[in-house]
Each structure stands twice: as C-alpha cells, then as structure tokens.
Design a protein around this ligand. Structure first.
Ligand code: F6R
Length: 260
C-alpha cells in the first residue's frame, strides 16, 4: 500500500485528479469508480479544471457508482445518483449512457447481483475512488462486513447516519437506514484503488486502515490485500500514522513520472 501525505484537501484532490487524467490519456474509455460524500468533491473540481484546460478528456470515460441509498424517492437530490449527476456527469461532460449504477427500484437482491455482473461485463473498474467513514467503512461496508462481500444491501450504523445527517438538513431521521453498496470483494477487484481521507475526524480510521490489523472490524483494512492501493491523506487525516515520516520520505523520493 502506498501512503501519500498531502498538505490539504485541495492538494489531495489535485493529485487524484491527475492520476485519473493520466489513466484516461492512456485509456480514454477507462471505467472510473466514483464515491460520493464530501471527500471526493475536490477531486471532481480539480478534474473539471483539468478538462477546461484541455488536460483531461472525459468524453469517452465510463463512470460506475459505488453505493446508493435505498428508500429515497426517485430523483431525490441526495440520492447518490442525483449527486453524481450534479458533481460528475454534468460538469465533466460524461454522457449519461456511460454511467453504471445499481437499480434500486425493483428486486434489490437481483439488482445487486446484476450490478456485479455489469461491472465485470464492462471489463472491471480501472480506478476506484473511495472515501472512508469515521468507522472505517469503504463504500457502505460497515464494520464487520465480510472482506469478500459482493454488492448487496446493508444497514447503516447510527454513527454513519449521524455523520450523513448534514446532507439531510441535519435531521438524522431523514437519513435512510439501508443502502446498496459494492462489497469489499467487489471493490478489491478494481485495478487501482485510491482512498482519499481528509480531516482530523478520519485520523483514527486512516491509522487502522494502514497500520492496523487486517480485520472486518475495520473494512478499509482490506486494502492491505490489494496489489495497487493508494491512500492519499491530508495532514490532519494522517496525524495518527506512526510511519508518517517513512511515507513522506518515500513519496518525496519517487520520480514524478511514476504517478500514484
Ligand atoms: C460514499 C461512500 C462513503 C463515504 C464516507 C465518507 O459514496 O462510499 O464511504 O466515502 O462515508 O464520507 P465523507 O466523504 O462525506 O466524509
């Protein structure tokens, strides 16, 4: 696992956006797995800036959803499908037909299985962008999720619902209890997994991800099993890493052409 410590969220966003632009330069129709929430916003903003300058072309890119709330009415502004339309598809010029996501309207179990099949049929995810929950979830794989899990329905912890209440007028009662999420095993099939973490609230989870034991108690620790996993953390999120000095020296000595 590579750990890159950046000054702040904007620098992290720029670094990840460059990695996506570089991937697209070599493979214009790459399948990019996208997360929602606050953390990836600087990535999407930096990517939009690169696209405006002609340094990233997303016109042939394909985009795959990581997770989705269950139970919100169709078109709800906080459904992740709506959020991704606002933050990714529209500003980055990704055609609607290039979007892959689970169908939450009908038979949920069938939709989850169909989504895993659709990801595989699309050739698999080239780069999966992840945030991290304060409890160590990736996607919405809450603590004690199987590390080999597939896309399925999950129940959010009360901590995650409280964390996400800010998107629902600070009313935790409005936050859905159930979600569909790519499983940990599904996520690990992406060719490159990039986890971005920003802010002090993520410091404990980042330390558990990188330096803790491999354990379903902290689902993000499964990234230790991935041959190409990159954790990009700002100073605050990296503040509990015992090996921070080593990670800083390693990245500083890396030739720029190598990227992340
Ligand atoms: C959302 C997702 C979640 C978030 C996590 C952190 O698609 O997959 O794992 O990344 O809950 O959320 P923020 O970034 O809002 O702190």
């Amino acid at each position: 696992m590579e750990v890159v410590i950046v000054e702040d969220a904007a620098k992290g966003g720029a670094l990840v956006a460059q990695a996506i632009a570089r991937l697209l330069a070599g493979r214009p129709d790459a399948l990019i797995g996208v997360a929602t929430g606050s953390t990836p916003v600087p990535v999407y903003e930096a990517l939009a800036a690169l696209a405006r300058r002609g340094e990233a072309d997303l016109s042939r890119a394909r985009v795959a959803q990581l997770d989705e709330y269950v139970g919100l009415p169709p078109g709800h502004p906080e459904s992740y499908r709506s959020v991704l339309a606002r933050q990714v598809l529209e500003p980055l010029g990704v055609p609607e037909g290039s979007f892959l996501g689970p169908d939450t309207a009908g038979d949920i179990r069938a939709a989850c299985e169909a989504y895993d099949r659709a990801l595989a049929a699309a050739g698999g995810v080239d780069l999966q962008l992840l945030g991290i929950g304060t409890d160590g979830h990736i996607g919405f794989n809450e603590p004690c999720s199987s590390l080999t899990s597939r896309t399925r329905i999950k129940t959010l912890t009360e901590r995650t619902r409280a964390d996400n209440a800010r998107f629902f007028g600070h009313d935790v009662g409005q936050v859905p209890r159930h979600v569909i999420t790519q499983g940990v095993g599904t996520i690990l099939e992406a060719r490159h997994v990039v986890l971005l973490a920003t802010g002090e609230a993520k410091a404990e989870a980042v330390a558990a991800t990188v330096e803790g034991p491999l354990s379903a108690r902290c689902p993000s620790s499964a990234l230790q099993l991935h041959p190409h996993a990159t954790v990009v953390a700002d100073e605050a999120a990296a503040s509990r890493l015992e090996l921070a000095g080593y990670f800083r020296r390693t990245f500083a000595g890396k030739p720029p052409w190598q990227g992340i």
